[in-house]
Design a protein. Structure first.
Ligand code: PLP
Length: 386
């Protein structure tokens, strides 16, 4: 299929592809269930990605594979073009996925019992990774203002640093609250962490979904020694099933510790198709990405308008970034489980706020077809009209 303006409207069923979003959801919730949960888009990947995969698959050898210099250069060029970030190829380590990078960083940079700072509400595996490794969660909750916009609690972060925190995990841009952290915020955070020698691990998997006039500010631009960025083409180009991510760690000492922990745990990458697809995406996906961002922005504004008109009690958090709407449902006085179950009864499957450490909220994935977007808004109206 050529890349034209109907590209994102193609009706291609994802059922029968072992899709977590579609097959698992229908198996668990019934054949009419509409998956509006996991961060996986119902839009086909760029044509250049499919072409590269087909070409590579045609060669019948799939043996051990290196992460080539060309792959890392494609990643560096993409980040330079899109985010004005200078990545050095030597600073890049390869991983099967971003969450494995969070886990490795925790193990490499802290000891059991150490405090790790994070900011709830945040992507569930942040908490899970701290808990499963026997480290201590230090939650500097984000602050929500009257308009529903979230900011960092830098005072709390400084208190945790003073109390001996050993690592900070940042979600940048932030899932689920949709903030694109400004340069002032990033710099303010770096100044505190640097003063106490606390390393920063920044999960930047949503970097390419920041909407004008907001600007993505990578932690790689910070003047700070102990920093590492986790990134991937997987979220941007819808390639999560191909299991490929990168850890960019400019400081040699920190990088050596991360590499050693990867070796100890047998965390290796070199998935032929993950590498082929990600490289093709970095090299040929710009036009597709620009069209995708327009579609996502339209979906976000459309969904926001529908909710404001039909169920104004549901407050949608202003979205500067990501395609994941964070909805404040507290006006209904229900538990998160009651809200999610009621929606499930109406065949709409969403992510509960509790997955991100917050009661009374749900997260809705807006990278979907027009019909699923409208059906979800109408169901919210039907089920939550006061
Ligand atoms: C902030 C964040 N980090 C990591 C991931 C998962 O990345 P991976 O599949 O590469 O582990 C997600 C997926 O939604 C995410 O939102």
């Amino acid at each position: 299929m050529r890349l034209d303006k109907t590209y994102f409207d193609q009706k291609i069923s994802r059922l029968g592809t072992d899709s977590f979003k579609w097959d698992v959801c229908r198996r668990e919730n019934g054949r009419d269930a509409i998956p509006m949960f996991v961060a996986d888009m119902d839009f086909p990947s760029p044509p250049g990605v499919q072409e590269a995969l087909l070409m590579r698959a045609a060669h019948p050898f799939y043996g051990y594979t290196e992460v080539s210099e060309a792959f890392n250069l494609a990643l560096c060029d993409f980040w330079k073009r899109h985010h004005q970030v200078d990545m050095i190829p030597e600073s890049i380590l390869s991983l099967p996925c971003v969450v494995s990078g969070l886990k490795i960083a925790i193990q490499a940079l802290t000891e059991p019992g150490d405090g790790v700072i994070l900011q709830k509400p945040v992507y569930g595996p942040f908490m899970e990774s701290v808990r499963l490794s026997g480290r201590r969660e230090m939650n500097a909750s984000l602050i929500r203002d009257a308009q529903g916009r979230y900011t960092m609690d830098l005072e709390k972060i400084e208190t945790f640093c003073r109390e001996g925190a050993r690592l900070m995990l940042l979600c940048n841009p932030h899932n689920p609250v949709g903030r694109a952290w400004t340069w002032e915020e990033m710099n303010g955070l770096a100044r505190i962490l640097d003063r106490y020698g606390v390393p920063l691990v920044s999960d930047e998997i949503h970097a390419d979904f920041v909407f004008h006039p907001h600007v993505f500010q990578s932690a790689l631009k910070l003047d700070m020694e102990k920093k590492m960025v986790l990134c991937a083409a997987s979220k941007t180009f819808n390639l999560a099933g191909l299991q490929m991510a990168s850890a960019v760690c400019p400081g040699e000492d920190m990088r050596t510790r991360i590499r050693k922990k990867m070796e100890e745990n047998g965390v290796v990458s070199g998935n032929i198709f993950g590498l082929t697809a990600s490289r093709a995406a970095y090299e040929t996906g710009d036009e597709w990405l620009s069209m995708l961002k327009k579609r996502l922005k339209r979906n976000i504004e459309w969904f926001d308008d529908l909710l404001s008109e039909k169920v104004p009690c549901i407050r949608m958090t202003p979205m500067e970034a990501t395609y994941l709407a964070w909805l404040d449902m507290r006006a209904f006085g229900l538990s998160t489980k009651e809200i999610v179950d009621r929606l499930k009864g109406g065949n709409i499957i969403v992510s509960p706020g509790t997955f991100f450490g917050e009661e009374g909220f749900i997260r809705v994935n807006l990278a979907c077809s027009d019909s699923n977007l409208v059906v979800t808004a109408l169901k919210l109206e039907e089920l939550f009209r006061s």
